[in-house]
Design a protein around this ligand. Structure first.
Ligand code: GDP
Length: 300
């Protein structure tokens, strides 16, 4: 995965250097932890998360499990792997389904994060599993958003609920509510509500998103975040957490060549699980997120 190219190379190199040693001294451990810290910071992982991560690795690497190990360096690699899985969320968390369909999923995030594309990806993925998703166009901010959602709906082969074209600006909260009503009456079992986002965090739009959340009482509110936004991820995620109290995270653009720190920070900073990863512009470039697989890719 390109996003982690540099970080992955740095960590792998650091751990490889360790493998040439037999028993590990405290200085060996400290040197390794220092290198890991540097690599994570350069990848834009938030300082708070870096401190927590390296603190835990150091403590465990100096402890008995390494001392007693037949191959101490290998044990340290295992610890780094375990701790990576830990900051990525430990167990995978699946999408929550409503007891009584439809399951309502609301998407929130900054403009350009990849929400509309994700709506199509999720819909296609759900359809392939035999579900009948309905896309609801509640992003009435961006002139093109409804049309764009129409395009992805067509590509995914799913239905869309949208205000009539040329119907003016409209009320996104009403569209969301009516969309869920439509799903109930026509027996769609999933509703995916696309919402508006601006380039930066915006009070007005956050209020709108909060109103949509209240109006449709979603089973999942997915915060969609571009994995390439670096240190801005912290403030953005916190603003959305306060604004819409999301239940899960979707990382997009993991195919990009940026440093990917957001991916490693977001779970610890928000306490919310990462549910999906988006890895390209095509509707098929999408997968459920598995912390253990991601950690192995980083330490490849
Ligand atoms: P929205 O404003 O949040 O609805 O974002 P869009 O869905 O319109 O996406 C913004 C741009 O990012 C579009 O050009 C998408 O094709 C692109 N995009 C979305 N997801 C991904 C991804 O995972 N990887 C890449 N490379 N591009 C993506």
């Amino acid at each position: 995965m390109a996003t982690f190219g540099n970080l992955s190379a740095r960590l792998t190199e650091t751990l490889k250097n360790l493998r040439t040693k037999g028993k590990l001294s405290a200085a060996d451990v400290d040197g390794t932890v220092r290198e890991i810290r540097r690599a994570l910071l350069e990848a834009d992982v938030s300082l708070e998360v870096v401190k927590e991560f390296t603190g835990r690795v150091r403590e465990r690497a100096l402890g008995d499990e390494v001392n007693r190990a037949l191959n101490p360096a290998q044990q340290v690699v295992q610890i780094v792997n375990d701790e990576l899985v830990g900051i990525l969320g430990g167990e995978s968390r699946r999408l929550q389904f409503a007891k009584n369909p439809p399951t309502v999923i609301m998407l929130a995030g900054l403009q350009g994060a990849g929400k509309t594309t994700l709506a199509g990806k999720l819909a296609k993925w759900l359809k392939e599993q035999g579900h009948t998703p309905l896309l609801v166009a509640s992003d009435l901010q961006r002139p093109n958003a409804v049309t764009q959602l129409g395009v992805v709906a067509e590509q995914a082969g799913v239905a869309i609920y949208a205000p009539e074209p040329g119907n003016g600006v409209g009320d996104p909260v009403k569209v969301a509510k009516d969309g869920v009503k439509e799903a109930k009456s026509k027996q769609y079992d999933f509703v995916i509500v696309d919402t508006a986002g601006r380039l930066g965090v915006d009070e007005e739009l956050m209020k709108q998103a909060a109103n949509i959340r209240r109006a449709v009482d979603p089973d999942e509110v997915l915060f969609v975040i571009d994995a390439m936004i670096g240190q801005d991820a912290v403030a953005t995620a916190q603003a959305f957490q306060e604004g819409v109290d999301f239940t899960g995270v979707v990382l997009t653009k993991l195919d990009g060549d940026a440093r990917g720190g957001a991916a490693l920070s977001i779970r610890s900073l928000t306490g919310r699980p990462i549910l999906f990863a988006s890895t390209g512009e095509g509707l098929g470039d999408f997968e459920p997120f598995h912390p253990d697989r991601m950690a192995s890719r980083i330490l490849d």
